[in-house]
Write a protein of this length. Structure first.
Lengths: 435, 305
C-alpha cells in the first residue's frame, strides 16, 4: 500500500523544509519527500515506476499544509481507573482527529502508573484499542507520594519514556535530587509540575484582585516560580534532564530563559490555554476555566508568547485533562482542575502563526520535532525511512467550538463558542489513514 | 430589580440598592406596629438552604419571610440528604420541586448562589457564600448608616479586621463605594491583601492612624481558627493592636457610630464597654436586618420572569 500526498505545503522542521511538494508513503514509512523547484518530486518518480493503481492512494493536498504527526507530551488518558472520564480508545481517537499521532499519558491513573505492570497494561490496551501511539509517563515516586523512588529503570524497559509525579509534585528536595540523578542512568527526562504546595494551599485560581473579589482562594505565581527555580538548580547540580510542565507565568519564562543562557539542561512546555486565556475566564465561577496552574494575566500571556518566540519554551502540549460533566457542574472549590484539550489544541496554537508570534515551521517544531528530541524518540519528522505519521491541515477552515461535538469524552473546555481556524483534514498514523 | 436573584452587591446597580433601602424603610414601619405581619407574599414558599451553621441570619430571613406571610421551611444540612452524598444541584432542584419560590442559600464555597441561580427558576438569595459576599448584611448596614447619619455619600468609613476572609467586608466595600462613601481598611497585613487598593481604598496597618476622623467604624469578627494559621500570633496580640478600645474610639469623630455584624468576640476585636456603649448600633443592625430582608423578598417577587 502506497500513499501519495500531492502538491501540499510541506512543513518539516527536522529538515528545515517549508515548500510545495509531494510525500510518498510506502509500507507505513516515508519513502520520498520532494519539494518543487528543489529536486525531483516524489510524484514524478512514482509515475515513472508505474502510475496510479489500486495499490496507490493519491491525496490532493493543494492549498493544504502537510506536517509530521504531532506529539502531545502531556495528556491524561485516565485509563486505568477513571474510564468514566476518558479511555485510551476515546482519548487517542480525539488525538488522531486533532492531528496527534503520539500521546504521552501522565501516571495519575488508578492504580498509579508507578510500576511495570501498569505500564504494560497501558501499552497493551493502547495497541489493542488505541488509534495512535501511546507513550506512558511513569511516576517518579511510588504512589506519587513523593517519598520513595518508583522502579524507573524497570518501567523504562516496559515503555515509559519520561517520569513525572504530575499534579502531586515532589515537595522533598532530596527526593527530587535523587530522581534527577538516578534518571541519568536511563537517559529519561524528569517532567516537573512545578508548584509549592505549601504556598498554593487550597488555591483554586490565580491570586490577585480578581480572586479577592470573587472570594476564591488564590494561587500566587510564586508557587510555580519557586519550584521552577528549585528544580533548575537541582538539574544544574545533578546534570539530570529536567522538563518543566505547563509554564503559566512571566516569572517562570524568565527563570527558564536565564537557566538556558547559563547552559542548564532544561526544557519547558506551555499549553494553548496559557496563551489564549486570562484569569477573566473564571468570572461567573466557570469551572471549565479551573485549571492548575491557573489561568493568569494578559502580561503573562505576552511573556509566554515571547518565550515561545525566543525558544525559552520548547514545546506546546495540551495537558488534556478530561473530566465528567457532573464533576465540573458543582461548587467551584470542589470541581477538579483541568481542561479537555486534544480537540482544540492545533487550532488554538495556529493562532500564534496568524498573530505572527511563530512561523508555521516554528510551531510544528514545538508540537512535533522538539517533543521527539526531548523524549529521545525517532518521530516528529518526515525524514525518509521514518514512520509515516503525517497530518494534513486546512489552516483556513473555520469552525465554532461545540464541546458536545468533541471526540474526547471530556467536554470541559473554556473555549465553547469560540470561532477557530485550522483543522486536520486527515491524519496518517504509521501509514494508516484516519479521516 | 433587574434580576430574579440577589447574588451580591457587585451585581446590583446604585438604583437597585437605593430601591431596596427605601422599600426597607416602609417595612421598618410595619415592624413597629402591633400587628407585624402583612399579606404581601401569601401563598409563596421560602426555603432556607443553609450549608453552614447560622442562627442569626437564618432566623432573620425566617422572620422576614413570615412577616410577609410566606411559608418558610428550614432545610439544614445535618438532617438532609446532603450527607448521603447528593450533589448540590440535585439538592437545590429537589427543593425547587417541593415548590420553593425563594431559596435563601448559605454555603462555604464562593459562587454557589451563582451556580444555583443559573440552574433554578426560583429566586436565589445569597445569605453568605464563602469569602465572596453577604449582600443582605451590607444592605442592612447601609440602611443603618443612612438612618443614623442621614446620608452615606462622603462619609469616612473604617472597616477593621479580617478583610481577606470576610464576605461581610467585601459586600460592604462594594455597597459603600457605590453609594459614594470613602472606605478605609485597618488590620494586619496578613489579613488585608494589597490588591484591594485596586478598588480605590486606603489601607492602614496602624489602628490609631486608620481611625482618625472616621464617621463609621465597622468591626469584623475575628475567626479563632486564623490564629495558628499564621495570620496573627494570638488573639491577645490582635486585641492589643487592632481591638477597638475607648481610647482608640476617641480618635474617630465625636459622633462616630460603631457597628459589628455579629457574633462578637468581646475582648478580641471590640472591648465590652464599647459594644454596650452609646456609640454602638449593633442591636439596631439586627432589627434593621429583618426590614431589609423583607424588602429584598418583596422586590424579587415582583421581578418579571
Amino acid at each position: 500500500m502506497k500513499i501519495l500526498i500531492k502538491n501540499g505545503n510541506i512543513i518539516d522542521p527536522s529538515q528545515g523544509i517549508d515548500g510545495i511538494g509531494d510525500v510518498l508513503i510506502e509500507n507505513g514509512k516515508i519513502k520520498e519527500v520532494g519539494i518543487k523547484g528543489k529536486d525531483q518530486n516524489a510524484r514524478s518518480k512514482e509515475q515513472k515506476s508505474g502510475a496510479e493503481s489500486a495499490e496507490l492512494r493519491t491525496i490532493d493536498a493543494k492549498g493544504l499544509k502537510v506536517f509530521p504527526g504531532l506529539i502531545d507530551m502531556h495528556a491524561h488518558l485516565r485509563e486505568p481507573g477513571f474510564e468514566y472520564k476518558e479511555t485510551i480508545k476515546t482519548g487517542t481517537t480525539a488525538a488522531i482527529r486533532g492531528g496527534f499521532t503520539t500521546v504521552c499519558c501522565m501516571p495519575n491513573t488508578f492504580p498509579v502508573n508507578d510500576n511495570a505492570s501498569v505500564t504494560e497494561f497501558i501499552k497493551r490496551k493502547a495497541s489493542q484499542e488505541g488509534c495512535c501511539s501511546v507513550l506512558p509517563i511513569g511516576a517518579i515516586t511510588k504512589g506519587q507520594k513523593g517519598e520513595e523512588l518508583a522502579e524507573i529503570g524497570t518501567m523504562r524497559n516496559e515503555g515509559c519514556i519520561a517520569f513525572s509525579d504530575d499534579g502531586q509534585p515532589v515537595m522533598n528536595s532530596l527526593i527530587m535530587r535523587r530522581a534527577l540523578e538516578y534518571s541519568k542512568a536511563f537517559n529519561v527526562p524528569i517532567i516537573s509540575h512545578c508548584e509549592d504546595l505549601t504556598l498554593s494551599e487550597d488555591g483554586v485560581m490565580n491570586e490577585g484582585l480578581l480572586s479577592l473579589t470573587l472570594g476564591l482562594k488564590g494561587i500566587p505565581a510564586e508557587a510555580e516560580q519557586i519550584m521552577i527555580f528549585r528544580d533548575i538548580l537541582l538539574a544544574e547540580l545533578t546534570g539530570g534532564k529536567l522538563h518543566i510542565a505547563h509554564v503559566s507565568t512571566e516569572g517562570s519564562v524568565n527563570l527558564i530563559r536565564h537557566a538556558k543562557e547559563r547552559g542548564a539542561h532544561v526544557t519547558a512546555e506551555t499549553c494553548p490555554h496559557y496563551f489564549n486565556l486570562t484569569e477573566e475566564a473564571v468570572k461567573g465561577y466557570n469551572t471549565n476555566a479551573k485549571v492548575n496552574p491557573p489561568l493568569r494575566t494578559a502580561r503573562d500571556i505576552e511573556a509566554i508568547k515571547a518565550g515561545l518566540r525566543d525558544g525559552s519554551i520548547d514545546v506546546i502540549a495540551t495537558d488534556h485533562a478530561p473530566h465528567h460533566r457532573d464533576e465540573k457542574r458543582r461548587e467551584f472549590d470542589m470541581a477538579p482542575f483541568g481542561i479537555s484539550g486534544l480537540d482544540t489544541a492545533l487550532s488554538l496554537s495556529l493562532k500564534l502563526v496568524k498573530e505572527g508570534v511563530l512561523t508555521l515551521i516554528q510551531l510544528i517544531e514545538k508540537m512535533a520535532w522538539n517533543p521527539a528530541r526531548i523524549l529521545g524518540i525517532d518521530r516528529g519528522t518526515l525524514k525518509i525511512g521514518s514512520d509515516a505519521d503525517v497530518v494534513i491541515v486546512d489552516e483556513n477552515k473555520e469552525y465554532k467550538v461545540e464541546p458536545d461535538r468533541f471526540i474526547s469524552q471530556g467536554k470541559n473546555t473554556p473555549f465553547a463558542g469560540w470561532l477557530l481556524e485550522g483543522m486536520p483534514v486527515l491524519t496518517i498514523y504509521k501509514g494508516k489513514i484516519h479521516e | 430589580m433587574n434580576n430574579k436573584d440577589l447574588l451580591g452587591i457587585k451585581e446590583l446597580s446604585v438604583e437597585e440598592i437605593n430601591l431596596i433601602l427605601d422599600t426597607a424603610a416602609g417595612f421598618k414601619d410595619v415592624l413597629g406596629r402591633d400587628i407585624k405581619k402583612v399579606p404581601a407574599l401569601r401563598g409563596k414558599t421560602t426555603v432556607n438552604l443553609f450549608f453552614e451553621p447560622s442562627t442569626r441570619t437564618r432566623t432573620s430571613f425566617e422572620l422576614a419571610a413570615k412577616r410577609l406571610s410566606t411559608d418558610v421551611i428550614n432545610f439544614s444540612v445535618p438532617t438532609s440528604s446532603v450527607v448521603k452524598g447528593e450533589s448540590l444541584i440535585d439538592t437545590a432542584l429537589t427543593v425547587q420541586a417541593l415548590g420553593a419560590d425563594f431559596i435563601i442559600i448559605r454555603h462555604s464555597s464562593s459562587g454557589v448562589p451563582h451556580l444555583l441561580a443559573k440552574n433554578l427558576k426560583a429566586s436565589v438569595i445569597n445569605a453568605g457564600d464563602g469569602t465572596n459576599e453577604h449582600p443582605t448584611q451590607a444592605l442592612l448596614d447601609a440602611f443603618t448608616i443612612r438612618e443614623k447619619k442621614g446620608r452615606i455619600r462622603d462619609l469616612e468609613i473604617a472597616v477593621v479586621g479580617d478583610i481577606m476572609h470576610s464576605r461581610v467586608a467585601k459586600s460592604n466595600i462594594y455597597s459603600l463605594l457605590k453609594l459614594g462613601a470613602k472606605v478605609r481598611l485597618i488590620g494586619p497585613p496578613t489579613l488585608i491583601p494589597e490588591e484591594i487598593k485596586g478598588l480605590g481604598i486606603d489601607i492602614f496597618h496602624n489602628m490609631e492612624d486608620g481611625l482618625k476622623d472616621a464617621d463609621v467604624l465597622m468591626m469584623l469578627r475575628i475567626q479563632m481558627e486564623r490564629q495558628g494559621k499564621g495570620f496573627f500570633p494570638s488573639t491577645d496580640e490582635y486585641f492589643k493592636n487592632w481591638g477597638l478600645t475607648a481610647g482608640r474610639l476617641s480618635l474617630a469623630k465625636d459622633d462616630a457610630i460603631v457597628m459589628h455584624p455579629g457574633p462578637m468576640n468581646r475582648g478580641i476585636e471590640i472591648a465590652s464597654e464599647i459594644a454596650d456603649g452609646p456609640r454602638s448600633v449593633i442591636l439596631e443592625q439586627v432589627t434593621n436586618g429583618i426590614a431589609v430582608r423583607m424588602a429584598v423578598l418583596y422586590l424579587l417577587a415582583g421581578v418579571k420572569r
